[in-house]
Write a protein that binds this ligand. Structure first.
Ligand code: NCD
Length: 348
């Protein structure tokens, strides 16, 4: 596809060649994301970062990605402080904010709302998560991470075994990641969830039609065996009618050091889109795995910056210009991005 000026709303719009192009550009962004080099290619441009739902990583990493390219960021982080509470339509908001911005990232609790907003926008819109529907930039950074992690174990995305665990009904990250994997071949999916929170049937059926194997289970321990990657998710309590209902499922599926050692293959990559719910009653991914070399969750979050930089560079058509305006940073950052080194020893 021609990325220039397009909205990024769904993983369904990509071909496999598009993914390869995004990953190739993301790879070229690493020296900027790691603050070894500076580029100012987006100088003068403004990102409208509109988050009508809670967010830490997605909002901040989109903002950092734009800053790292030299652009500036304006944010709305709360529905209550925007005119949407005065009854303004998505159409009017889109017409107005797109007049102030060169590109917009939007997160909203309603499925389909970001596409509706994009129709009225005068500038490209990137979906930062719309309800339970999709989270395309997360799926891209997840796949970028999987590809990097598996490569270091001499494995590929094609033919891999992946387990997805938790709230597969409401989790937009697993919806987008599964649909992105339709572009790859011969994957074995083990979908581990309470029966009531299983993956939507339409996605399961698309995976099977694409030739993938899908095994659905509510037995975590058997589901964990023989996977290249285990992708854990949080019970999405904000999508339930009541917190009490969400509490029924919280803590049902947990991964910790003992369970990992007993049931996973030695190098199984551990992923989670974050935030992990670390409250005692949930704790789907225990802190006792924090130093485990296969725990990829923070590398995954770091990868969000390069993948989002790549999306901006492609959509605003500056990929070729990034390097032209590059220079070295003048401050000291050594060690911060070295893998799996606790902060203490990085400072020594
Ligand atoms: C996810 C989301 O918002 O869908 N978070 C994120 O963007 N990394 C997952 C979640 O909230 O559980």
């Amino acid at each position: 596809m021609n990325f220039s000026g397009t909205h990024i709303l769904s993983v369904k719009q990509f071909t496999r060649a598009d993914i390869e192009r995004i990953f190739e550009v993301a790879g070229r962004m690493e020296s900027y994301a790691e603050r070894r080099k500076i580029t100012r290619v987006m100088e003068g441009a403004i990102l409208g970062n509109m988050f009508f739902e809670p967010s830490t990583r997605t909002r901040v990493s989109f903002g950092c990605a734009f800053n790292l390219l030299g652009g500036q960021v304006r944010e709305i982080t709360d529905v209550k402080s925007s005119s949407i509470t005065k009854g303004e339509s998505l159409y009017d908001t889109a017409r107005v904010i797109s007049g102030y911005s060169d590109v917009i990232v939007m997160r909203h609790p309603q499925s389909g709302s970001v596409s509706e907003f994009a129709k009225a926008s005068r500038v490209p819109v990137i979906n930062g998560g719309d309800g339970t529907n999709e989270h395309p930039s997360q799926a891209l950074l997840d796949l970028y991470t999987i590809s990097k992690e598996l490569r270091s174990n001499d494995r590929n995305i094609d033919g891999m075994h992946i387990a997805m665990v938790g709230d597969l009904k409401h989790g937009r990250t697993v919806h987008s990641l599964s649909q992105l994997l339709l572009l790859y071949e011969n994957i074995r999916f083990t979908l581990i969830s309470p029966t009531e929170l299983c993956m939507p049937e339409s996605i399961v059926s698309d995976l099977r039609t694409a030739g993938h194997q899908v095994h659905e289970t509510d037995d975590m321990e058997s589901g964990l065996s023989d996977n290249d990657t285990v992708y854990l998710t949080r019970i999405q309590e904000e999508r339930f009618d009541s917190k009490l209902e969400a509490a029924i499922y919280r803590g049902r599926f947990r991964l910790n050091q003992a369970i990992y050692t007993r049931h996973c293959q030695p190098n199984t990559v551990i992923m989670h889109p974050l935030p992990r719910d670390s409250r005692k009653e949930a704790n789907e991914l225990d802190n006792d795995l924090n130093q485990h070399p296969s725990l990829a969750i923070f590398r995954q979050a770091d990868n969000g910056v390069v993948v989002r930089m790549a999306l901006f560079a492609l959509v605003l058509d500056v990929v070729q210009l990034v390097e032209e305006s590059a220079r070295d940073v003048t401050w000291h950052t050594k060690g911060r991005f070295e893998k799996n080194i606790p902060l203490q020893s990085q400072q020594n």
